[in-house]
Ligand binder design. Structure first.
Ligand SMILES: Cc1cc2nc3c(=O)[nH]c(=O)nc-3n(C[C@H](O)[C@H](O)[C@H](O)COP(=O)(O)OP(=O)(O)OC[C@H]3O[C@@H](n4cnc5c(N)ncnc54)[C@H](O)[C@@H]3O)c2cc1C
Length: 384
């Protein structure tokens, strides 16, 4: 067991941190105020090789292991979890799904432009009546001659409005339940496909989500990804990577808040001394550091397990659940330590706090992860 980062990991850590400081932070305040995502960031990440660190080199990624990728994501997210999630979501969730379940032809056609930032890939699972319970998906795909005809709606989809290629899960035979679900590739511009942006969000401002509509959208047979009946299982490969991203991203935002608190607590004077000299403030800062460190090693360990191909269902749920709840606590404490200044965007803590709330929902809610951990320990599913 070696807790030291190697030279390559340190190099990527440094590179990602500089990228966040130089390419995200300067425009973040304005973009967050207007809830605007700048897609140009995707190309910039690609130009430095930071867009798809975990995808194989043959498809345009860097071919790094998941621990090194997680170290990169943590540093990028120090600036903004919402922005980096939108920028990297294509390679992370649907990209991993396609890598795992796609045909060689599909991978060669769709993954390289995603890794170069020329095409935005989107993963569309969730619907108005199918959130945590994906088995309730109502979007249909009906085979008519040599085409699949897709009808339905998807909501809260990352990059839904700006995506170029959509991996959509649809029901091919309701009587089959989950065994009837299949994944299809739909390209933007296909007749019958439309999207609208999602506005008025509590947090995740500066990110990018949209709602999708499929109205008699026809795709050729070769656009089906993997076997019918394995769609949710295949999607979970991408969702597992997204969970790692969210866990480590939450460590990034929590660390950013801690760093800001340490600086602020040394500078802000009340009752004749820096607020950091008051024991109650020190206690909170100590608890922040302790929880961040615990989340980091929990998450780094599961990243290492994932790289080694070791089964990690329970461990990934522990990491995603613990890190997101940790970030929610750390970021809310950070706002309080900054007093009224914490409520305005001259400091990073308010933005991180809003994103931490949202991070507890996507990639599986806290309750879903509790139930997954429970199922793994008890051998009983409480949510079926
Ligand atoms: C910023 C953002 C980006 C997203 N991006 C994507 C995307 O790219 N693609 C995509 O497909 N989806 C995406 N989503 C949707 C996301 O995956 C869902 O929001 C999530 O799966 C939860 O579903 P839901 O919101 O419908 O909540 P619900 O499933 O309706 O849950 C509501 C509440 O009930 C609880 N609950 C539900 N069932 C149980 C149970 N059995 N036991 C105990 N508690 C339960 C939940 O924990 C939660 O607290 C995104 C969401 C957000 C916020």
């Amino acid at each position: 067991m070696d807790f030291e980062l190697n030279e390559e990991q340190k190099m990527f850590q440094d590179m990602a941190r500089k990228f966040a400081e130089q390419e995200i932070l300067p425009t973040l305040k304005e973009n967050v105020r207007h809830d605007k995502f700048d897609p140009g960031i995707i190309k910039k990440l690609a130009s430095q090789g930071l867009l798809a660190p975990h995808l194989p080199q043959e498809y345009g990624g860097l071919g790094l292991d998941y621990l090194t990728s997680a170290i990169i994501w943590e540093q990028l997210c120090r600036a903004s979890l919402a922005v980096i999630q939108a920028a990297t979501s294509g390679p992370i969730q649907p990209g991993t799904n396609l890598l795992d379940a796609g045909s060689e032809e599909q991978k060669r056609k769709y993954l390289p432009p995603v890794c170069s930032g020329d095409s935005i890939l989107v993963g569309a699972v969730v619907e108005p009546n199918a959130g945590s319970d994906s088995s309730r998906i109502e979007t249909t795909a009906v085979l008519k001659g040599d085409r699949w005809v897709i009808n339905g709606n998807k909501i809260f989809i990352t990059n839904g409005e700006i995506g170029d290629v959509i991996l959509v899960i649809a029901q091919t035979d309701k009587a089959q339940g989950m065994k009837g679900l299949a994944t299809f590739i739909v390209e933007k511009g296909t007749p019958g496909f439309s999207s609208v942006p999602l506005k008025g969000k509590l947090g995740w401002r500066g990110g990018s989500e949209g709602n999708l509509r499929f109205s008699d959208v026809e795709v050729p047979l070769e656009n089906k990804v993997g076997e019918t009946g394995r769609a949710l299982r295949n999607a979970l490969q991408g969702i597992d990577t997204a969970r790692l991203f969210l866990a480590v991203g939450c460590i990034g935002i929590a660390q950013s808040c801690l760093d800001s608190c340490v600086k602020y607590a040394k500078e802000r004077v009340q009752f004749g001394k820096p607020i950091g000299g008051h024991q109650l403030v020190q206690g909170v800062i100590a608890d922040m550091a302790m929880k961040i460190e615990a989340a980091r090693w929990l998450t780094y360990r599961v990243a290492d397990m994932k790289s080694r191909g070791i089964r990690h269902i329970k461990e990934m749920s522990c990491a995603k659940y613990f890190s997101t709840e940790m970030a929610l606590w750390v970021t809310s404490q950070a706002v309080k330590i900054h007093g009224a200044f914490g409520t305005v965007d001259d400091y990073p803590v308010g933005h991180h706090y809003q994103d931490a709330v949202v991070a507890t929902i996507l990639g599986g809610t806290a309750q879903m992860h509790q139930l997954t951990i429970g199922q793994q320990l008890l051998g009983m599913a409480a949510f079926s």
